[in-house]
Design a protein around this ligand. Structure first.
Ligand SMILES: [Fe+2]
Ligand SMILES: [Fe+2]
Length: 532
């Protein structure tokens, strides 16, 4: 086995001095009881006051519960208890969706401060953004703000600083928080910008559950940390009230999640910021596995006699040698009509490679499941050969845009993966995407996406393929490559399919074949720790 580390580079360490960020979030302060736990707040305050060497204290939003004047006044009164030992600046506050309720965003500006803030010294740059929509639980960043943050991050004199971006709502789905909802609408655009602008750390609150993901582009790691709630009674699963300390020392990060009421069970996670350089592949070197990813072929009866995008894609795919599996990740038919399934099946049968199809939203209209069974058999098809173990899953629900995987099916699959002890490349495919794509509105339609994403990334599934409503987009989260793409629907975007090669040393190369221009370009380059 060759580990990931073989290909990592470590440029000059960014920080001359150590930095300590102390994070609290979601205090939900109110006089009317219910949400606010004053006991936890008081104990928590005593504890964070005693933290030594804090560089900055950050509150990630939902300071108040309803954003009313009485609550803001009461919250400011409570925060007089904040008297830190460290000679640090005062606590900086972000606005949360609860603070923006009832025109609370005006009170926030009048009583707390700016809705956007910056903290900067010689080593670190922290930028906080208002992600709220007045009176609504969901969030948005806005195109103009995303571009202005990009400019701030890419400023040449900040190149060697450790760059932190904070906003209240979650950027990607978080486990153990129930139905995934109220993320930011433009998550895909924001995530893409943060990766391109080489941000180091993202801090989010809102979900009342702490979580850390290492999200990697082809060039660099980005950490996305979600803080839990400091003192709101709306806790989730077994995590109660917490605060977090993030120590940054060179390229090493130490995340501590500390319970307010029971300091003995603190969680500590160590991570290192890694930079990657693409490995040159010898042209004679053959991949150990090759996949093709397509979706949204939207076959309709009218297309029968025409040569359409689907035919073009299949013809091109047939010219590629040694394809292990062609994966169609949903929206095979336009209307779920019987004839459409028949045409789609006939077309797929022209492939000279094995293929696997899962249904998408447009394949789930009434009667579709009968037709699916008739033409394609399994809803959760499995394909296995000497090198790969690939599971398709039906994530759709009958005639609805919402989908789910479900705990039972998820656990069964993860158990199977663990039992095979990683002797093969593991892939999984279903329609609903887990990661937002740029140029689309992110509504997180997979209800259990938080748990599914977390289980996949932490069980070392190598490859997760989902449909994309827009352009092709891929990232690595922990040790799993997530690819959204292969969109053959050419109304808004150019028609493409994705070719994915996995080489022996764990190098994964994703190429986009553009059917309109005929061009092939590399759109992703990652290293996985693989054992075969
Ligand atoms: Fe909250
Ligand atoms: Fe919130």
């Amino acid at each position: 086995m060759i580990s990931e580390k073989s290909f990592k580079i470590n440029p000059k360490e960014k920080l001359e001095a150590k930095k300590r960020l102390v994070i609290i979030s979601d205090t939900h302060i109110t006089r009317s009881g219910g949400a606010f736990n004053l006991h936890a707040f008081n104990i928590g305050m005593e504890k964070i006051n005693k933290i030594k060497d804090a560089s900055v204290y950050l509150h990630l939003g939902d300071i108040t519960h309803m954003g009313t004047l009485l609550e803001y006044e009461y919250a400011l009164e409570q925060f007089k208890k904040f008297e830190p030992l460290s000679k640090s600046p005062k606590m900086v506050f972000l606005i949360g969706n609860h603070d923006a309720m009832n025109v609370g965003y005006l009170l926030f500006e009048e009583m707390v401060g700016n809705r956007h803030y910056a903290y900067e010294d010689d080593d670190i740059y922290i930028y906080g953004i208002d992600s709220t929509k007045p009176d609504l639980p969901g969030g948005i960043i806005h195109h103009s703000v995303i571009e202005s943050v990009r400019k701030k991050l890419e400023k040449p004199d900040r190149e060697n600083k450790f760059k932190v971006v904070c906003f209240h709502h979650q950027l990607i789905p978080i486990p153990n928080t129930g139905k995934e909802r109220s993320a930011i609408d433009d998550s895909g655009d924001m995530l893409k910008m943060l990766l391109e602008a080489k941000a180091d750390l993202v801090l989010n609150g809102h979900r009342h559950f702490s979580n850390l993901y290492t999200v990697s582009s082809s060039e660099k790691d980005l950490f996305i940390f979600n803080a839990g709630t400091f003192c709101c009674n709306k806790t989730r699963y077994r995590e109660l009230f917490t605060y977090s300390i993030i120590d940054i020392d060179g390229n090493n990060l130490n995340f501590k999640v500390i319970p307010v009421l029971d300091s003995n069970s603190q969680r500590e996670i160590l991570r290192e910021v890694n930079y990657y350089i693409p490995l040159q592949i010898d042209k004679k070197q053959k991949p150990i596995a090759r996949f093709i990813q397509i979706s949204n072929s939207l076959v309709s009866e009218r297309f029968e006699s025409n040569f359409n995008n689907f035919d073009k894609a299949l013809e091109k795919i047939n010219k590629i040698d040694e394809v292990d599996l062609v994966v169609h990740s949903g929206n095979l038919t336009k209307n779920s009509f019987k004839e459409e399934f028949q045409i789609a099946k006939d077309k797929l049968n022209q492939l000279r490679h094995p293929y696997l199809v899962v249904p998408g939203y447009t394949d789930s209209k009434p009667l579709a499941w009968e037709y699916w069974k008739h033409y394609f058999g399994e809803f959760d098809p499995l394909y296995e050969n000497d090198n790969i173990y690939f599971q398709g899953m039906n994530s759709t629900t009958f005639d609805s845009k919402e989908g789910y995987i479900g705990r039972k099916r998820l656990n069964k699959f993860i158990e199977k993966v663990l039992s095979l002890s990683h002797q093969k490349i593991f892939g999984v495919c279903f329609f609903h995407n887990l990661i937002a794509t740029p140029l689309s509105v992110w509504r997180t339609e997979l209800i259990d996406s938080g748990d599914v994403l977390s289980q996949f990334a932490r069980s070392q599934i190598d490859l997760v393929l989902n449909s994309s409503p827009s352009i092709s987009f891929n990232v690595k989260i922990e040790n799993t490559v997530f690819s959204n793409g292969g969109n053959l629907e050419g109304k808004y975007f150019e028609e493409v399919f994705i070719e994915i090669e996995i080489y022996k040393k764990g190098l994964v190369v994703l190429k986009e074949h553009n059917l309109r221009t005929g061009l092939i370009k590399v759109i992703g380059n990652y290293y996985l720790s693989i054992l075969i």
